[in-house]
Design a protein around this ligand. Structure first.
Ligand code: IMP
Length: 195
């Protein structure tokens, strides 16, 4: 069973490939020959995930999925949320986004946050959605160098280190994306698509 993963983010591709293991085979956009910048203009994670999957499905008519992730911080009324990628502005870096979050969280006592991932799957022309969520808290400074995005400032509940201080395997065992990917995998199993 082959599914195209509609992402240009190499970190995500590696994470999801590691989580899916040999259960289904993931084709990257590069392998498919898709070099477009995929639009992401929705107001919700679900809309964005579907928009990305539909872009690839419309162009290549293949079974595919896409994910969209947001970091929701209680003290910031759920921001950056669906705007996590460009929180500090167009063409900003992961570092710029983290700096903005740390500045806005300066002095905040409620540091609760969660990562949410929505996966949209288009299989034989039908849409399906899967979700994963993990609670945690925002650190007062960056810690660790692994992973990507907001990993250095997010410490999952029940752990004493940030995602960026964990090994890939540790993060992939508990992360929002891992939970959503496991749901996707379970769905594919129940469809008897996978052997
Ligand atoms: P996307 O729109 O799904 O690519 O994700 C939006 C933004 O959320 C990304 O640009 C990253 O900054 C952040 N993000 C997504 N997944 C993760 C993660 O697993 N760890 C940390 N940050 C993430």
């Amino acid at each position: 069973m082959e599914l195209v993963f509609a992402t240009n983010n190499a970190h995500k591709l590696n994470e999801v490939r590691a989580i899916a293991g040999t259960r289904f085979s993931i084709i990257s956009l590069k392998e498919l020959g898709c070099f477009d910048e995929i639009p992401e203009t929705g107001d919700t994670l679900m809309e964005n995930a579907l928009q990305k999957a539909q872009f690839v499905h419309n162009k290549f008519h293949c079974n595919c999925f896409a994910d969209d992730t947001g970091l929701e911080i209680e003290a910031l009324n759920g921001r950056p949320g669906v705007y996590s990628a460009r929180y500090a502005g167009e063409h900003c870096s992961f570092q710029d986004n983290m700096k903005k979050v740390l500045l806005e969280m300066n002095g905040a006592t409620n540091r609760k946050a969660c990562f949410k991932t929505v996966i949209a799957l288009i299989l034989d022309g039908k849409n399906y959605f899967f979700e994963g969520k993990i609670g945690g808290e925002i650190m007062e400074e960056e810690k660790g160098t692994s992973g990507f995005g907001y990993d250095p400032v997010f410490k999952p509940l029940g752990y004493d280190k940030t995602f960026a201080e964990m090994t890939e395997a540790e993060k992939n065992n508990i992360s929002h994306r891992a939970l959503a990917t496991k749901e996707l995998n379970d769905f594919l199993q129940t469809c008897n698509i996978l052997k």
